[in-house]
Ligand binder design. Structure first.
Ligand code: LLP
Length: 442
């Protein structure tokens, strides 16, 4: 089974104490040592997934670029870089973090639909490998900045391939009505501008991304087909053969047993088959392939630990809420996308009766519900709750709502645990706060 087809990290087990253990670390001890809420990343699962990708795509001329938006910390970047990944970055902050981790910036692609002039300048100064240009304004801006720095920047054009995948509408990106990329009808005008006017840009290829948490395989086949068809059209019209294609990310993971994503191997095979078929059909050379998986690399490796606090029973509805010490600020996905998660009590329970409860967060909002109607072993105040599959888009989308400091993150492996993100302090929360002199009074 592929790691993304598991709900739990591969090292998860019940130890001799009867507690849940990940990476050889007792989760109850970890919770006590580092406090909760706590993000826990299992290094073996993370590296395991990185290796699966490497194996599955072997035989292709491929650059694997981890989509930093799913989870960007210096330690995670270092691990994935060591495993052979480059990085898809979408902001000055992601560029800065990846650079801080010691990554060769040639192995990064800068994406985004509204990059600022400052971010572009920073990207050029650090020599990012590729910039995926999203629109006409950016083409002009990038050319101007590259010219001022006397650089010829290698670029891709981000295109909207017009493919719909069946995922949550907020995370579809490849369909016609999308804010991202050049519409297929705009590509020629962009290329003409690059050839005639934008002498500081070198067009290498096309980039698309069709969505996220994808369970289908045919959409990837079709996506590659559309990109290669465009490359053929461009070749015929402009007499240039683009050599690079970027297929984006999107492979789904298993949050609950309702989810059934394909394996990495299956997706890789579909992409290989499509390249094989369409390069023959259009008489093209085999392109250099870029892929940008985010969620599927980090989701399964991560869990979040919470401490159970208050509870509320509503007899009329035959319902029980249990509240934990985190929620929508450390994991906004349930309230944003109605995302579902699986969880278990991490500590040994003497009374093992299962109880159906709804897990509520601690934030001041009725919508701050982490999990609706889940069976847990008689959850009580003080228990440690382990929510699985939180490695992607949890920490990276976390906030300081209600002025609650951000949770810490630990990396576990071979019975060792190390802090990779420190818990935020109250002082850090207000370190950028300024009371202007004129309202300070005397
Ligand atoms: N490449 C591009 C250009 C993207 O826009 C994305 C994700 C990826 C790669 C990585 O996709 P992945 O392999 O992670 O599916 N916050 C949402 C997900 C937003 C995805 C945005 N783009 C969520 O929590 O479900």
């Amino acid at each position: 089974m592929s790691i993304n087809q598991n709900i739990k990290p591969i090292t998860t087990k019940i130890n001799n104490q009867g507690n849940l253990e990940i990476g050889g670390c007792d989760l109850v001890e970890i919770a006590d040592k580092y406090q909760t809420p706590l993000y826990v990343m299992d290094e073996a699962t993370l590296r395991g997934m990185a290796k699966e990708y490497k194996e599955a795509f072997s035989g292709l001329n491929v650059n694997m670029m981890f989509a930093s938006k799913a989870l960007m910390t210096s330690a995670i970047a270092k691990i994935l870089y060591d495993e052979g990944f480059g990085f898809d970055v979408v902001s000055g902050g992601e560029i800065h973090t990846v650079y801080n981790a010691g990554v060769d910036m040639q192995k990064t692609t800068f994406n985004g639909n509204n990059k600022s002039p400052e971010e572009i300048a920073y990207a050029l100064d650090l020599k990012v490998g590729r910039i995926s240009v999203d629109n006409f304004l950016e083409l002009a801006l990038l050319n101007e900045i590259a010219k001022s720095k006397n650089i010829v920047q290698k670029i891709l054009l981000r295109i909207t391939p017009g493919i719909e995948c069946h995922t949550h509408k907020y995370i579809q990106t490849g369909h016609l009505d999308s804010k991202f990329g050049f519409d297929l009808t705009q590509i020629d005008e962009a290329i003409q501008l690059i050839l005639d006017e934008y002498k500081n840009l070198e067009l290498m290829g096309l980039h698309a991304h069709i969505g996220s948490q994808i369970f289908e395989t045919q959409v990837y086949y079709d996506e590659i087909g559309v990109i290669l068809k465009e490359i053929k059209r461009i070749k015929d019209k402009f007499n240039i053969e683009l050599t690079e294609i970027n297929a984006g990310g999107g492979l789904g993971v298993t949050y609950t047993d309702k989810d059934c994503p394909p394996s990495v191997k299956t997706i890789a095979q579909v992409i290989k088959d499509s390249i094989e078929f369409h390069t023959k059909e259009y008489d093209l050379k085999k392109p250099v392939l870029y892929i940008e998986p985010g969620r599927s690399i980090v989701a399964t490796a991560g869990v979040t630990l919470y401490t159970v606090g208050s509870s509320k029973v509503i007899p009329e509805l035959n319902k029980k809420y249990i509240a934990v010490d985190g929620g929508m600020a450390d994991n906004p996905r349930p309230s944003m996308y109605e995302a579902e998660y699986f969880a278990q009590i991490a500590n040994k329970k003497e009374d093992e009766t299962m109880q159906k409860v709804t897990v509520a967060g601690r934030f001041c909002e009725s919508g701050d519900i982490l999990i609706k109607d889940i069976e847990l072993k008689n959850p009580q105040e003080g228990d440690i709750l382990c929510v699985y599959n939180t490695g992607a888009y949890g920490y990276s989308m976390s906030s300081n709502y209600n002025c609650v400091p951000k949770a810490a993150m630990v990396l576990v492996n071979n019975s060792q645990s190390d802090i990779i993100i420190k818990r935020q302090s109250y002082d850090q929360l207000i370190e950028n706060d300024i009371i202007p002199d004129r309202i300070k009074g005397v």
